[in-house]
Write a new protein. Structure first.
Length: 417
């Protein structure tokens, strides 16, 4: 059009024809290359999006802490990635049916081959079942590959969760066996001492010559009484720990005088405390507390008995009550050797006894006290004192007394003329 002949579409020159053909081939080549680059760029973008989605999916799999949360998260992510509704079902085979996963999956796939996808779940013992993914529509080959990748990641996460649960259960079983052995060893030792005392006392009381010796007979009866108290306390501790462990502990709350709780504990232990000087500090203006009298008294008894058990005869024991803000503080302190600093964080653990402890005991008293006090919404702490000995401090919440309704007095009405 711009070469001779001008303003005409005819090409008369061979050279011009070759040039036009060359331009056309170059244009086709550039067009093909541009289309290929654009297609490659689109594939790279899709691949980048999928890599980001897979990264986020894998991170959420790691953060999930249960099988239900894994499945819920997987259904949400797969539905967003494939733009279709998803339902994931787990099937588990019985242990006596190894190797049947493939047949089971073929039977399941036969219902709708285009919308149902299955992924076998492996375990160390072989097939453990299958994961069935039901979709609302069929997928193209590329989407099927993406679904297979996501399901494979989910299957690994499910297997990891199953292994974690199995490991946790094994650890719990190991701890339970350790506690059982410790309890059996401690209880058998604690039962042996009072039972031996009772057997010896009974055997001596059967001796006719003892009947005429009133002082000796009285001493044997005292030994029998002490042994029976020891057995009673041991059985009570075991029952209390059983109630705490089972979660069946119920509080019979009532308004109580803090001083009555301490005095009842001292009266219960008056025989054991006869060789220990007691310093008692109970202010007269203490508020009433809303507690279970029996359980809180038992907690205080355990604290005082702990001071008796781990200190030599003649050691002073100080028991004081005071109000600290909106809490009532009960302190049980002694002037003994104290407790090693490394043992303080473990004092309230079941069956724990500080190294070098020479006295007997099951190691349950402080743990039971802690359980009873925390059931009341309180807390207990232990610390060594600068002047020697250890101090146990109990903090209980103080609540306001409910206002009592004021009853109106009936005023007689008289009528006269």
């Amino acid at each position: 059009f711009f070469i001779p002949p001008y303003l005409d579409l005819q090409i008369l020159s061979v050279q011009d024809s070759l040039m036009c053909l060359t331009y056309f081939v170059v244009a086709l080549t550039i067009t093909g290359l541009t289309s290929r680059i654009r297609a490659q760029e689109a594939r790279v973008r899709v691949r980048e999006q999928r890599l980001g989605m897979l990264y986020g999916f894998t991170r959420q799999l790691v953060e999930a802490r249960s099988r239900d949360s894994l499945l819920a998260m997987a259904e949400t992510n797969i539905a967003q990635a494939l733009d279709t509704g998803v339902n994931i079902i787990l099937t588990e085979l019985a242990p006596q049916q190894p190797g049947q996963t493939k047949a089971a999956l073929q039977q399941l796939d036969a219902t709708d081959m285009n919308r149902t996808y299955t992924v076998p779940l492996a375990s160390s013992g072989g097939d453990a079942g299958a994961m069935i993914v039901r979709l609302e529509r069929a997928l193209d080959p590329e989407q099927q590959n993406l679904l297979e990748t996501l399901c494979r990641q989910l299957a690994l996460a499910l297997e990891r969760e199953a292994l974690y649960e199995a490991t946790t259960q094994l650890e719990l079983n190991r701890i339970s066996e350790t506690l059982y052995d410790a309890l059996l060893d401690s209880v058998s030792h604690e039962l042996k001492t009072p039972l031996t005392t009772m057997q010896c006392a009974i055997a001596n009381l059967r001796d006719p010559s003892i009947l005429t010796q009133s002082e000796l007979r009285l001493a044997l009866l005292v030994d029998l009484e002490d042994a029976s108290f020891c057995l009673s306390r041991l059985v009570a501790n075991l029952l209390d720990m059983s109630r705490l462990q089972s979660g069946r502990l119920s509080l019979n709350r009532d308004w109580c005088e803090p001083g009555d709780i301490v005095n009842t504990a001292l009266k219960t232990l008056q025989h054991e405390l006869s060789a220990y000087p007691i310093q008692l500090v109970i202010p007269v203006d203490l508020p009433l507390i809303w507690v279970d009298f029996g359980l809180l008294t038992q907690a205080v008894i355990n604290l005082i008995h702990n001071a008796i058990t781990h200190n030599s005869v003649g050691t002073e024991i100080r028991i004081s009550l005071s109000r600290v803000g909106d809490q009532l503080e009960i302190q049980v302190a002694d002037r003994g050797r104290g407790i090693p600093a490394e043992s303080l964080p473990h004092l309230f653990e079941k069956f724990y006894r500080p190294p070098g402890t020479r006295s007997s005991g099951t190691g349950l008293g402080l743990s039971i006290s802690k359980g009873f006090i925390e059931a009341h919404g309180g807390e207990i702490k232990a610390a060594n004192q600068a002047e020697g000995g250890v101090c146990f401090a109990v903090y209980l919440p103080v609540t306001e007394l409910p206002s009592l309704p004021i009853e109106e007095e009936d005023v007689p009405t008289y009528s006269g003329h």
